[in-house]
Design a binder for this molecule. Structure first.
Ligand code: PLP
Length: 435
């Protein structure tokens, strides 16, 4: 599969190049030059396929020119030993649970695939690579778990001191081996700036193979399309059009849904649901894209003022606003509306949602008010509620269970190197620890 840069169509890359570079040299985004179609036969029988069979078929359709089918099978089985089940919430609506992976957030789907496909390429080239990643919470845990003990890859994670939840911090700081956590006395933006400076530093780049695991890497985006197909497979027997509601921040998740749709998945409509960081819903309303500085909300993994995948979202529709609005409707909600939705679903269905999931649920309910046709609604649940236990318990006035996988982390001592947000300190540390 050939990728091009959204800024300069003549800049092209193979899948391997796009995965290891993360971004084209002109700072655009990689997009597939043409989107291959899944065979009608596969879609006609998709309800009989397992998650991994679906993932293998999609990966083969996209990367079959570079990776053999049996290598793809190895990659997928290495990446996924967890599922993406749908559960019925009310008469017409289902939740797609994306939190059954090792870090209990949907970012596991991207991170695990990325680790498996990178290690496939590295086995051939025998290179050693060093992943640098800044996290505001969930990305770090998923990347740490995804790359843990993968030969040939070391991971350095920067996180802002005191600004991630206890559980999120433990997910970054308790693995050890090839995963190093650096606790920065500063904000997420400071962490991201240090990582960016490292990628631009000639001395570091001459000495080490640095790679990024940020969310715009196509190796994180593409695998997120798998669960849209899997949800459709699980709901196909109902025989109704399917509408997906996606809780969005950087819009990687929704972009992956659009990729699935462009590959042939029958999707009636998408809902872009956000918190008050609402640049995309406002664009869908008015046609004007006006990013703003991000503001803090209770669904903090979606506190993104200027979503990095917005360019991709438009490009899937040839940058034509009218076409975009035919397929996507946007809604945004404040913290009170989010918490009310959490209470409503708990009271009616005894189902506990994280705040991000609640935003998607609410988006679906609002869309039902505008569109009374008969469809199956699916809202994506992006994290296990226990990852946000303080907020969830306070909102529902009820204590909730922490899954063993998260609970056991709390008693392990954290190991992190604390430092100021200083590039020279960070560089010295990399020089002395990387190989
Ligand atoms: C990252 C994240 C999101 C936002 O996903 P995007 O792909 O950035 O739109 C939503 N919910 C949770 C729990 C997340 O971790």
């Amino acid at each position: 599969m050939i990728f091009y840069s959204t800024k300069t169509a003549s800049i092209k890359a193979s899948a391997e190049e796009a995965i290891f570079n993360s971004l084209p040299a002109d700072n655009g985004l990689y997009m597939p030059e043409s989107i291959p179609q899944l065979s009608p036969d596969f879609l006609a029988n998709i309800e009989n396929k397992t998650f991994n069979e679906i993932a293998i078929e999609i990966t083969h359709t996209l990367f079959g020119d570079e990776i053999t089918r049996s290598e793809i099978e190895t990659i997928i089985h290495k990446a996924y030993d967890f599922e993406a089940p749908v559960r019925q919430i009310n008469e017409q609506d289902y939740v797609l649970e994306l939190f059954h992976g090792p870090s209990m957030a949907f970012k596991d789907f991207g991170a695990r695939f990325m680790a498996a496909i990178m290690s496939h390429y590295l086995l051939r080239s025998k290179k050693q690579i060093n992943i640098l990643v800044a996290t505001s919470g969930d990305t770090g845990g998923a990347v740490a778990q995804g790359f843990y003990k993968i030969p040939g890859i070391s991971v350095t994670i920067l996180y802002p001191s005191g600004k991630v939840s206890d559980i999120q911090e433990k997910q970054l700081t308790t693995l050890g081996h090839n995963v190093t956590a650096i606790e920065i006395d500063g904000t997420f933006d400071d962490c991201q700036k240090l990582v960016k400076e490292a990628f631009l530093d000639p001395e570091l780049n001459a000495k080490f193979n640095l790679a990024s695991a940020n969310s715009i890497n196509i190796a994180r985006l593409i695998p997120q399309s798998f669960y849209y197909f899997s949800a459709y497979a699980q709901l196909k027997k109902l025989g109704k059009p399917v509408v997906f509601s996606v809780p969005s921040g950087n819009f990687g998740n929704l972009s992956a849904g659009l990729l699935a749709y462009k590959m042939g998945l029958p999707v009636e409509h998408f809902i872009a649901a956000t918190n008050l960081n609402n640049a995309v819903p406002r664009y869908l309303e008015s046609g004007a894209y006006e990013p703003r500085a991000s503001i803090e909300t209770v669904s903090n993994a979606m506190d993104v003022g200027n979503p990095s995948n917005f360019v991709r979202l438009q490009r899937f529709f040839e940058d034509d606003w009218t076409l975009v609005t035919k397929k996507i409707t946007g809604f945004y909600f404040d913290d009170e509306q989010t918490k009310t939705a959490m209470r409503e679903v708990f009271e009616k269905s005894e189902y506990v949602m994280c705040p991000h999931t609640a935003v998607a649920y609410k988006g679906l309910q609002e869309y039902r008010k505008l569109n009374t046709s008969d469809f199956t609604g699916v809202f994506l649940s992006t994290a296990h509620p226990a990852k946000f236990i303080d907020l969830v318990e306070e909102t529902l006035e009820k204590s909730i269970e922490i899954p063993e996988r998260l609970e056991s982390l709390l008693s392990i001592e954290k190991v992190a190197t604390k430092m100021e947000a200083s590039f020279s300190d960070f560089k010295n540390l990399l020089m002395s620890t990387l190989s």
